[in-house]
Design a protein around this ligand. Structure first.
Ligand SMILES: CC(C)(COP(=O)(O)OP(=O)(O)OC[C@H]1O[C@@H](n2cnc3c(N)ncnc32)[C@H](O)[C@@H]1OP(=O)(O)O)[C@@H](O)C(=O)NCCC(=O)NCCS
Length: 135
């Protein structure tokens, strides 16, 4: 059941973390494996939401609107950005994106965008209300 929106944000994306693409992150086409990007986004967008809301017990309920826009390659520096989209009763949705950043050229190439929804849960794993402490 959907609940009333508690807060909606259109804040700019913030840099969450960076990863170096190593050989173990590649698929047989020598591009970054899509599952690796999803794993980084799942974890890093979680950290972003957890810090923003000051909640540490949340589970991922959905990843939507996943768009693999361009390939990433061995040696790329992958920057993960996130921003809050919506905080509802027990769930929070954030937009995440990964960008391949070239520090020499100071150039960025967007490689994936998605939305991730997390649900705050209590000790029994059931949803609990979020009392938003977002900045
Ligand atoms: C997340 C979970 C606790 C939700 O349980 P549930 O019985 O669906 O709970 P509810 O119906 O009360 O919904 C709780 C919230 O989840 C949201 N929700 C449920 N299914 C959703 C979906 N597919 N997409 C987006 N939000 C969803 C509801 O809208 C609700 O949000 P709100 O309270 O902010 O309005 C349950 O689905 C679960 O345990 N899933 C497994 C989580 C997991 O293991 N993740 C992978 C590892 S982190």
């Amino acid at each position: 059941m959907r609940h009333e929106t508690q807060e909606t944000s259109t804040e700019p994306f913030g840099l969450v973390t960076q990863h170096m693409v190593m050989s173990e992150h590649l698929n047989p086409n020598h591009h970054i494996f899509g599952g690796q990007l999803l794993a980084w986004l799942d974890t890093d967008v979680y950290l972003f939401c957890s810090n923003k809301l000051r909640y540490k017990s949340m589970v991922t309920v959905s990843m939507n609107n996943v768009y693999f826009k361009a390939p990433g390659y061995l040696g790329d520096i992958i920057q993960i950005f996130a921003r809050l989209k919506e905080v509802r009763r027990s769930s929070v949705t954030a937009e995440g994106k990964a960008v391949a950043y070239d520090p020499e050229k100071q150039a960025s190439r967007e490689i994936i965008t998605c939305e991730v929804t997390y649900v705050a849960v209590g000790p029994n794993g059931r949803p609990v209300r979020i009392f938003s402490n977002a900045d």
